[in-house]
Design a protein around this ligand. Structure first.
Ligand code: NAD
Length: 496
């Protein structure tokens, strides 16, 4: 397979990973391939092997074969391997960042930030491995004891999206492997190279063959459907759209496959009249336009108290107009949409919003030239509007809604089928706590527009998914609680 390295617009070339599938510790080519396209200019960055059902079963065979030995590793031995992987990742930090920019289009500064966050997550799981707990308790009526421990669920299928090519894989594979599970990663078709580089680093750190297997595929269901129907697969952990999450739940239903799902979002970004407006604007810009708006936790509806809305909108608009759009390898704020198809759906979205009463304040059109660029866009509504509810924009398109007071703000914020991230800006602490408790979302950023952290439980309610990633509980998504009833003939009872 080849790399079109000469198309890179910057002199510094990353060292690319192997382009094959990684199964049972071997990099393997196949007869099919996928071109990895740079969304900033349409050039082919690389071509990777593509697999299907046959390779999926081979990967499952390998994961099943490796499972028993891997779960038998002492926790300290597993964490030592993770520490090595963490150090090797640092050595290749710039390769990771540049490859992410080349295949996903995100600005290099964002790719570097994603790299740093991803290694934080790896370190978090590394530290957790030797800290798992069990319990010991008397039974309700005496006579025996209750002993609990946690055991790995078993071989897992991990499916990730392209929008955070490294973070999503580390958050899943880090937890799964730390817990003692083996895994098959199905990379996102658009960003297979980042996934391959991570697999390469783990192998170099000494991960035994078969513990992590990697499949790229142009037909995701040719991998997921057969595996989810094979009783040897014990878990699926998926990040992506709510639609596909539902399909996977259905596929796994017959075998009652343990499922963790991180799905779509409709993040309300609520600004109350006592908020620090400058702070709210800065956070709203980052929360909306990071990754060109292609984030599940992006601000989807910006809901602002009418008393401060003119000030907020004027400043937000000025900041939006100043954003530099372009190829992420250069000094830009906003990169391209991932595909031409994603960019081309946006004029209809803008028309839908303005047709429902929104006023277009800036942007609204695709940018001519190579690459899938779309103008940073702001649309203002003078009142809450259902057109935007449960409608994940996933684009550099911001909607602002003027609302009358707190009650209307919170009711409108909750008017969605999603429940992932929400945001609340206010200068009053007790108001913040009371309202945060009423927001029906898995996460609430209080005076913060970015809240990802390895120590925090990431996940959503309602159609945004099942389960939590990282934080104290994330690793337990890959473990099952085991109870042992222990008969105890208490010698003291004989004297009672
Ligand atoms: P998507 O659901 O189309 O694809 C995500 C992944 O699922 C890709 O790897 C894709 O190849 C795979 N996939 C698609 N169909 C499949 C099938 N039948 N079987 C197995 N795998 C299949 O989503 P997308 O458009 O790539 O990503 C955007 C969506 O992901 C948005 O809705 C976004 O909100 C969501 N997302 C959620 C989180 C979160 O943590 N909650 C994070 C990032 C993205």
């Amino acid at each position: 397979m080849t790399y079109a390295a000469e198309t890179l617009p910057n002199a510094v070339q990353p060292r690319f990973p192997a382009t094959g599938l990684f199964i049972a510790g071997q990099w393997r080519e196949t007869e099919d391939s996928i071109d990895v396209v740079n969304p900033a200019d349409g050039s082919v960055v690389a071509s990777v092997a593509a697999g299907g059902t046959r390779e999926a079963f081979e990967a499952l065979d390998a994961a099943v074969a490796a499972q028993e030995a891997w779960r038998g590793w002492a926790p300290r031995a597993r964490s030592a391997l993770f520490y090595r992987a963490h150090a090797l990742m640092q050595e290749r930090a710039e390769d990771f960042a540049r490859i992410m920019t080349l295949e996903s289009g995100k600005p290099l500064t964002e790719a570097r930030a994603e790299f740093n966050l991803s290694t934080d997550f790896l370190l978090w799981f590394t530290e957790q491995i030797a800290h798992l707990h069990g319990s010991y308790a008397p039974s309700s009526h005496g006579g025996f004891r209750i002993v609990t421990t946690h055991q790995p669920v078993g071989p897992c299928l991990l499916i990730t999206p392209w929008n955070f090519p490294l973070l999503m894989i580390v958050r899943k594979a880090g937890a799964a492997l730390a817990a003692g599970c083996t895994a098959i990663v199905k990379s996102a078709q658009e960003t297979p190279l980042t996934a391959a580089l991570f697999a390469e680093v783990l192998a170099e750190a000494g991960l035994p063959a078969g513990v992590l297997n990697l499949i790229h595929s142009r037909d995701a269901s040719s991998v997921s459907a057969p595996l989810l129907r094979d009783p040897r697969l014990r878990k699926v952990s998926f990040t992506g759209s709510t639609r596909v999450g539902g399909i996977l739940l259905e596929m796994g239903a017959a075998n009652i496959v343990n499922s963790s799902l991180e799905l779509g979002g409709d993040g309300p970004f609520v600004v109350l009249d006592d908020a620090d407006i400058d702070q709210a604007v800065e956070h709203a810009i980052a929360c909306k336009f990071r990754n060109a708006g292609q984030a599940c936790v992006a601000a989807n509806r910006i809901i602002v108290d009418r008393r401060v809305e003119p000030d907020f909108t004027e400043k937000f608009l000025a900041r939006t107009r100043a954003l530099k759009v372009g190829n992420g390898i250069g000094p830009v704020d906003v990169g391209p949409m991932i595909t031409a198809r994603q960019r081309d759906r946006l004029p209809a979205t803008v028309a839908e919003l303005t047709g429902a009463g929104g006023t277009l304040l800036t942007g609204g059109a695709a940018i001519d030239g190579p690459g899938n660029f779309f103008e940073p866009t702001v649309i203002r509504f003078d009142a809450p509007n259902d057109v935007a509810c449960s409608n994940e924009l996933f684009a550099p398109v911001a909607t602002i809604f003027a609302v009358d007071g707190i009650e209307q703000a919170i009711r409108f914020a909750n008017r969605t089928t999603f429940g992932l991230a929400s945001y609340l800006f206010t200068g009053n602490l007790s108001r913040a706590v009371a309202l945060a408790e009423r927001l029906e979302f898995g996460m609430v950023g209080i005076n913060r527009g970015i809240m990802a952290d390895a120590a925090a439980p990431f996940g959503g309610t309602k159609a945004s998914g099942l389960g939590r990633e990282a934080g104290h509980g994330g690793i337990y998504e890959f473990l099952e609680e085991k109870y042992m009833a222990l008969t105890v003939d208490d010698p003291l009872e004989a004297f009672a």
